[in-house]
Ligand binder design. Structure first.
Ligand code: ADP
Ligand code: MG
Length: 156
């Protein structure tokens, strides 16, 4: 587990942008944390890093947004709405093993469908009154251990 703190939204975005440098098709990034923790903010930076210029917003009402104009496709998912459905299989594997990067907000709601290996980033608001966030990185499997090491190098 690797953790770091950010003091403003732009900083969280920047980390997403830097992570994008090391991403490859098939990569799966889980973004967990409460509402307002910064999951979408992180995704905005990641999209920018992939060369996506289109405005990235929370896809709460569509569940999946596909962006195909960057260095590789980005599948941005917000599965919060599936909480009560126990997580439906909406053909997740087509995305996870597809030609792009999958970023999943609230991944715990589709727990049963997640791949074995992934990079999980848990964002936490430390104090309701300020802009500080803690980002905790947890790499599952060889690919994501490498990816996390690349990010750490990049952040030095
Ligand atoms: P989520 O997708 O987790 O619900 P959002 O990224 O949509 O969260 O919202 C996070 C909000 O918190 C944004 O309004 C953002 O500007 C603000 N914010 C303040 N400080 C930070 C920070 N350090 N990192 C990320 N977002 C921050
Ligand atoms: Mg969001």
């Amino acid at each position: 587990m690797f953790t770091m703190k950010t003091k403003q939204a732009e900083q969280t975005e920047k980390i997403g942008e830097q992570l994008a440098n090391s991403l490859k098709p098939n990569d799966v990034i889980l973004l967990d944390g409460d509402l307002g923790a910064g999951k979408t903010t992180f995704t905005k930076g990641l999209a920018k890093g992939l060369g996506i210029k289109r405005y990235v917003k929370s896809p709460t009402f569509t569940i999946i947004h596909e962006y195909r104009e960057g260095r590789m496709p980005l599948f941005h998912m917000d599965v919060y709405r599936l909480e009560d459905g126990g997580g439906d299989d909406l053909g997740w594997d087509e995305y996870f093993y597809g030609d792009g990067v999958s970023v999943i907000e609230w991944s715990q709601f589709i727990q049963d469908y997640l791949p074995e290996d992934y990079l999980r980033i848990t964002l936490k608001r430390n104090d309701e009154s300020d802009n500080q966030r803690t980002l905790a990185f947890d790499a599952q499997g060889e690919r994501y251990t490498t990816l996390l090491n690349d990010l750490k190098e990049d952040l030095k």
